[in-house]
Each structure stands twice: as C-alpha cells, then as structure tokens.
Design a binder for this molecule. Structure first.
Ligand code: VAL
Length: 377
C-alpha cells in the first residue's frame, strides 16, 4: 500500500501536545493506490471486442478517479493477448509477478479465461471476466468472477422470442468448432431447440480463421430450415451471415454474444438486416443511467458504446466499490469484497450474483435494422 497524501513525509502519529491544528493525520485520509491489470483481445481478428472494452474501462477510470479523489486512485495496466490462450497466460503472469496488480480484468474470450484463469486463481489474484459468456467460467476457482451474462441465459431468451414472433419450427445450426465460447453457445442453442420442440434439420462447423463457408451453408440451406442459428465470433459469424444471404437463405438468422459488436454491420453489410441476438445492454434503452453513459461515451469517442464497452465500464465501478469497501488494495481483501457482491446496478442492467459468483440478469432481444441493433418487438 502506498500513501497518496503525506504531510512532509512524516507518516507517524503526531506527538501528544503537538495537536491544535485540528487536523489529525489519520490513516483514513490515505488515498488507496490500486493497480489493476487488463487483458484484452486488442489486436487481430477480434480486436473490436478489446477496443470496446478498453474504451469502456478508460471512460470509467476518468470518472472514478475524479469521484474518488483523496480516497482511491486506480491505475490500469493494459496487455494485449491477441485472442490467444498463450497470450492470455503470458499477460496474466506478467501482470501478477512483474506489475504486482491487485486484480485482473479480462481476458476477452472464454477460451482465454479457461487457459489463464487458473494461473490467476493459483496465484490468489482476483480475475474478473467482462465478456466470458461460456458455462463453467466460475468453476475455475474462487478468485474468478464475471459480470458477463452467460449464453445459457441470453440464447434461450433470444430463441424464445424468435420462435414466438417468427413462428420457427425447423432450425439448422452452424458454429466454430475451435473456439470454447462458440462451442458452448452451440450446445445451448441445440439444447434450447430440443426444449422448445424445434426440429433440427442440419448441423455444420467451421474453424476460426476460415473465410469460405459456402459448402456448409449450401448443405444447410438444402435442409430447408426456418432459421439458421450461428455461434461464432463477429468476424467469421458476420461472414457466415453474409454468405447465407448471398446463397438465397431468406429465413431467420439468430446469433450468440459474438455478434454484439458494430463490426457485424461493417462485415455483413445489408445482409445483417434481421439478425436476432440477445444482449444485456442496448444503447437505445430509455434509462437515465444508460443514457448518461451513452452521452459520455459519445462525447469521448464519437460513437455509441456496445455491450463490450458497457460491461467493461460496469466492471471498474464494481472494482472501485469493492476496493473502497476493502479499505486497501490487497488481493485477498478485494476477493472477499467481490465475493460478497450480491446486487449491482450498472449500465448493463441490474445484476445479482449467485453463490458461485455467476451473474444473474436479464437479456434484451435485439434485431439488426438499418445498421444498428434495435429492440426486437
Ligand atoms: N462472449 C464471448 C466469449 O466468451 C466472446 C464474444 C467475447 O468468448
């Protein structure tokens, strides 16, 4: 712990009889200095996720350091994992052992968290996922937290809405088989389809890095589904959507968390129209807290925040609240405070956490319309 404000370098208690200034040099007045590491997908095929997270965190950082003046000063140390498990492991090791951070936010992908989470857990350093939506993240260990709504909540919400409104009966599934999140999302889609009594007409896979999806999509289209369910990150996912439309598929397309980024519109273009996804955050939400955040974000970055920015922003507020409650920047104390978190209202809605530190919250279903996501109603 570093002392933020000192009186002439003398931190010992004033000698008896020396008083009279009325200003006790109480330890309560010391500003907590907290260095937090961030591991993000900041370069490569999913860099737009990491960039959005960095933007959300930096906006929150400015606001919090202003609001907490004299009490808490947070410093963020960013590391780029490039969406790679090895990259995430190296970043986590460096942040813990070299930079001596009190906690880590990230990494971006569930697969990265599955690889790097155990490293932080072993080192008894809190690690806080802000976009890991796979099942099993919190099972890594008791130092692992997240505020990202799991696919198991988001996908069924979107599928139910699509079945109701678009009258789906038959679905085909496609997913990236070499990405933990995409595989988990696919499993949730399949289980939900079965639960809702939908017929599964066909299934196909691809790998992250692929650029040609025509063979799989041609085959799936021939099975004549009402909807195509896509579990993928934004780059491949958007190319799949685009190709499906090019091949003449006119049914519903529904995706998982990977689609919650504006890059979808850049890559898929007009083919994105009608795409349905669930998200815990929409910048269109008529809510004072959300609108204040959107306004501040737009003023700083000249664009609207996406869900990745929103959950990143919320995470730093959670850290701030927990550090202030801990009264010091210490890993074990912080872990204890994070574990006690039961309810938190952020820009991505009201979250509560179960005993396994899993977030429980509501997803809203959105649909792509003229270059942006709007409520699906
Ligand atoms: N939510 C996904 C994951 O957990 C991506 C889109 C960040 O890996």
């Amino acid at each position: 712990l570093m002392v933020g404000c000192s009186s002439g370098g003398n931190t010992s208690a004033p000698a008896a009889g020396e008083g009279g200034s009325g200003q006790a040099a109480s330890t309560d007045e010391q500003e907590i200095q907290a260095k937090i590491g961030v591991v993000g997908f900041l370069s490569g095929s999913g860099a737009a996720y990491g960039e959005a997270q960095k933007a959300g965190l930096e906006l929150a950082l400015g606001e919090l350091n202003e609001a907490n003046k004299g009490k808490l000063k947070i410093e963020l140390k960013f590391e780029d994992s490039a969406g790679e498990k090895e990259g995430a492991i190296n970043a986590v090791n460096k942040l813990i052992n070299q930079d001596n951070v009190v906690a880590i936010i990230g990494p971006t992908l569930s697969g990265e968290m599955f690889a790097a989470g155990p490293v932080a857990n072993e080192a008894e350093t809190p690690i806080f996922g802000i976009s890991n939506t796979s099942e099993g993240i919190n099972d890594i260990g008791e130092y692992v937290f997240r505020n990202s709504l799991p696919e198991s909540i988001a996908i069924p919400t979107a599928m139910k809405a699509a079945v109701e409104k678009n009258g789906l009966k038959k679905v085909a599934l496609i997913h990236a088989s070499n990405d933990d999140f995409s595989v988990n999302g696919y499993k949730v889609m399949k289980a939900t389809a079965e639960k809702l009594g939908l017929e599964i007409t066909g299934e196909a896979t691809f790998a992250n890095g692929d650029v040609d999806f025509s063979a799989q999509l041609t085959k799936l289209k021939q099975t004549n589904p009402d909807a195509l369910l896509v579990s993928a990150l934004y780059k491949e996912g958007s190319m799949v959507v685009k190709k499906a439309r090019e091949l003449g598929f006119t049914g519903t397309i529904l995706g998982g968390n990977g689609f919650n980024n504006p890059k979808v519109f850049e890559i898929a273009g007009p083919a994105a129209e009608g795409l349905i996804v669930a998200t815990p955050f929409s910048p269109e939400k008529k809510d004072d807290k959300v609108q204040a955040f959107v306004k501040a974000f737009e003023a700083k970055y000249n664009k609207k925040p996406d869900q990745f920015a929103a959950q990143a922003y919320d995470s730093l507020y959670i850290m701030s609240q927990s550090l202030l409650a801990a009264g010091k920047a210490e890993r074990e104390e912080l872990r204890g405070q994070l574990a006690q978190l039961r309810d938190f209202t952020g820009v991505s809605g009201k979250l509560s956490f179960d005993e396994k530190r899993n977030p429980i919250g509501d997803a809203v279903v959105v649909v792509a319309k003229e270059g942006k996501f709007v409520p699906f109603e």
